[in-house]
Design a protein around this ligand. Sequence first.
Ligand SMILES: *Cc1c(COP(=O)(O)O)cnc(C)c1O
Length: 230
Amino acid sequence: MTTITDRYTRAQSQIIDACQNCNRQPQSVTLLAVSKTKPINDIQALYDIGHRQFGENYVQEGVEKVQALAKLDIDWHFIGPIQSNKTALVAQHFDWVQTIDRMKIAQRLNNQRPAELGPLNVLIQVNISQEATKSGVALESVDALAEEIAQLPNLRLRGLMAIPAAAQTLEQQTQEYQAMQSALSRLQSQYPSIDTLSIGMSGDMTQAIANGSTMVRIGTAIFGAREQKG
Ligand SMILES: *Cc1c(COP(=O)(O)O)cnc(C)c1O
């Protein structure tokens, strides 16, 4: 039987191979284990073998897991869409938010972040494939939003995140990764806190790493297929 820890080890090897193929240090890529819809025991199993970074998409489910595992030393990333009536919960329970795409949400997270937790790490989500149904700002709007976020004392702008469209040619996908990479370099030259490019999931982690990803968000390849959330 293939266990979660077997699949985790396999995902780690895939990251190491991808790094070696493009002369990068394996430590330059963080594996974020996306545990949405999966039970707490699955998170505990990875924690027990030393994994510390987990991502959740749904506020209520995520908060329940954060609270149930409050004794563990986990970096919790919020990676789903945020409605403004949920920002307080996110600001109180998570260490990172990867899906900032408008100032209103950034403002609220900034105002609601408890001082004792220190600044909330945030990424701007870019709608890189320009899909009507997907959240994220247009690439052209990144610099303006970054400038405003950088002024909020309780947020720390760490970089950019994207979910490229699934059905595209390799060439198109590569173009999009590269556009993300140059947007990140541009920001890096202005803000010292920028160090994170969150691109790559179970199906495209190798290509994302070849194009500068510093954080891959892996769900299915570790935890197995998810049931559709109704
Ligand atoms: C679900 C999800 C993932 C993980 O996707 P897999 O294909 O299962 O690896 C990564 N990022 C975001 C934003 C997600 O919603």
